[in-house]
Design a protein around this ligand. Structure first.
Ligand code: ADP
Ligand code: MG
Ligand code: MG
Length: 252
């Protein structure tokens, strides 16, 4: 059974004024088959958590652990994390000029599987995944994220999720900048992924809107670098009604 376990994670970045601690002891367990939402105000450290799980070099883990099925994620290279079954969609996806979507996806699939996918079936799979996200097959010839609209970036990410078929997906602000139609397409894609057996999803978001389409099993309110409160979907409803005030006051 899949299990992503984050225990008392402390993370710092270096700034002009010296090291700054951003994550101050994050503890969270996501079992296969569960969707967890992390909700928090801007600057609370949500993306830092995503980057730390992804292994971004700017984020230094000073203590705590992250394991996937008992394996130490923090010891793994970025590629090893993907091979172990982690998928991370970042809030600001990077542009990869000169690399087509088709080649990018093939390289990613090869890195995850340890062998290149068979070309003929792969092209069909890619076109199928793009089509499900309302992306035209010609999309696969464009350079990754170059000139993509906000919606295209996010839909491309969910097509990646579909093709790479990880155990656990961490999705950082997958809803940001989406109009209602794109939000539905993206949410449907995440829900299709969830329906495959025992997938874990960590959905990071500032707004409650996406949670109407992707129902989380657990909701965690994230404030000042830690989980301030955890609950069921009703916690998202409280946030929708009252915002983060109650949690911000409690954190100072
Ligand atoms: P969120 O995603 O919740 O909006 P972030 O994780 O992006 O929050 O940022 C949390 C805090 O850490 C912010 O105060 C931000 O300015 C700071 N921070 C994040 N990354 C860096 C970095 N690479 N260098 C300096 N400060 C950073
Ligand atoms: Mg601590
Ligand atoms: Mg963020």
């Amino acid at each position: 059974m899949t299990k992503l376990e984050i225990k008392d994670l402390h993370v710092q970045v270096s700034t002009e004024d010296g090291p700054k601690e951003i994550l101050k002891g994050v503890t969270l367990t996501i079992n296969g088959g569960e969707t967890h939402a992390i909700m928090g105000p801007n600057g609370s450290g949500k993306s830092t958590l995503a980057y730390s799980i992804a292994g971004h070099p700017r984020y230094e883990v000073t203590s705590g652990t992250v394991t996937l099925d008992g394996e130490d994620v923090l010891e793994m290279s970025v590629d090893e994390r993907a091979r172990a079954g982690l998928f991370l969609a970042m809030q600001y996806p990077v542009e990869v000029p000169g690399v087509s979507v088709a080649n990018f996806l093939r390289t990613a699939k090869t890195a995850v599987d340890g062998e290149a996918p068979k070309l003929r079936t792969w092209i069909k799979e890619v076109n199928g995944a793009l089509e499900k996200m309302n992306l035209d097959p010609t999309f696969s010839q464009r350079s990754v994220n170059e000139g993509f609209s906000g919606g295209e970036k996010k839909r491309h990410e969910i097509a990646q999720l579909d093709l790479l078929d990880p155990k656990v997906a961490v999705l950082d602000e997958t809803d940001s900048g989406l109009d209602i139609d794109a939000l539905k397409v993206v949410s449907d894609g995440v829900n299709r992924f969830r329906e495959r057996d025992a997938k874990g999803v960590l959905l990071i978001t500032h707004y409650t809107r996406i949670l109407r389409y992707i129902r989380p099993d657990r909701v965690h309110v994230f404030v000042a670098g830690r989980v301030a409160e955890s609950g069921g979907p009703e916690l998202a409803e409280e946030l929708e009604a009252n915002g983060y005030d109650r949690f911000l006051k409690a954190s100072v």
